[in-house]
Design a protein around this ligand. Structure first.
Ligand SMILES: NC(=O)c1ccc[n+]([C@@H]2O[C@H](COP(=O)([O-])OP(=O)(O)OC[C@H]3O[C@@H](n4cnc5c(N)ncnc54)[C@H](O)[C@@H]3O)[C@@H](O)[C@H]2O)c1
Length: 284
């Protein structure tokens, strides 16, 4: 089955990126947010991102308008009834995601495939909340979606082969490189990346070096485009905290436990770039 009518639930950092790349690939996209204000925020994030591509000469102004024309917005999940694929990109919280999928399962036609962009929750557990585990899959995009080439396609023991093939084809259609992973905590990338990002917070917390020197160490010593503290800010400190809690619960290994400093920063409302303050100050 080809996925032509795409739904995206949650139009934050990741959802808006998924909407953008799908519409750019010529697909009709319906995006959902909970309030009109958040719909406007999502729409403007997509417009700005496409605007930057126009400024750089990578996209024409006409193409930008055509892409925006393929995107519709809603605040009601009922409107996903005839989607071929719905990708969920809401907050990394099991209860919120399960509630979303229970509703989608009820309103969508039987052929609709449901996908989660979760970074750390079990795809199997989310699928089990629906009556269509065979048509349920993980589609884990990377941030920023318009730039990063990878999509982890995550299969459970119940996912139909046909849905896996359609999901891979969809990832390729939106310009990404799919890799296939089983449903194990953190899949491939976060299983390896999260302990590293937490270690950076721990060494900073322990006073080993300044944040700038920790980041420069990894940028100039290892060729990483971003240092680990910058990357924590970029992902979102709340998202990092949720991911750590979920992976620690799964593996019970200290390397997955969110460092105390991360918890304090989240409690203080320092969520990284998206709130203008994390390890660094982005308010200017
Ligand atoms: N930030 C990253 O680097 C990254 C990378 C890959 C995957 N993810 C995953 O993507 C998902 C979203 O993360 P994000 O960074 O975009 O977070 P975000 O906070 O930017 O966006 C989440 C959005 O979901 C919306 N939302 C919350 N409850 C909702 C509901 N019931 N219905 C519809 N929308 C709802 C919020 O209003 C918000 O706009 C998470 O599962 C996260 O783990 C994040």
């Amino acid at each position: 089955m080809e996925f032509n009518k795409i739904g995206v639930v949650g139009c934050g950092q990741m959802g808006s990126g998924i909407v953008e790349v799908a519409a750019k690939a010529g697909l009709e996209v319906l995006a959902m947010e909970i309030t009109d204000e958040l719909i406007e925020k999502g729409r403007s994030r997509i417009e700005k991102s496409l605007g930057r591509a126009v400024d750089k000469g990578k996209l024409s102004a006409e193409d930008k308008d055509a892409i925006m024309g393929r995107i519709k917005f809603t605040s009601n999940l009922d409107n996903f009834a005839d989607s071929d694929l719905v990708v969920e990109a809401v907050t990394e919280d099991l209860k919120t995601k399960l509630e979303t999928f229970v509703t989608l399962d009820r309103v969508c036609k039987p052929e609709t495939a449901l996908a989660s962009n979760t970074s750390s929750l079990s795809i199997t557990e989310l699928a089990a909340g629906t009556n269509r585990p065979g048509r349920f899959i993980g589609l884990h995009f990377f941030n920023p979606v318009p730039v990063m080439k990878l999509v982890e396609v995550v299969k459970t023991v119940a996912t139909d082969e046909e849905v896996i093939a359609s999901a891979r084809a969809f990832a390729e259609k939106v310009g990404k490189v799919p890799v296939l992973a089983k449903d194990g905590g953190g899949f491939i990338v976060n299983r390896l990346l999260v302990p590293y990002l937490f270690d950076a917070i721990l060494v900073y917390q322990n006073g080993l070096a300044t944040k700038e020197d920790i980041d420069n160490g990894m940028k100039f010593g290892c060729g990483h485009p971003m240092g680990p503290l910058e990357l924590n800010d970029f992902i979102g400190l709340d998202t990092m905290y949720y991911i750590g809690e979920i992976l620690f619960e799964e593996f019970k290994e200290p390397r997955f436990a969110p460092p105390p400093l991360l918890k304090r920063m989240v409690q203080a409302g320092y969520l990284g770039r998206k709130t203008g303050r994390g390890f660094y100050d982005y308010s200017k």
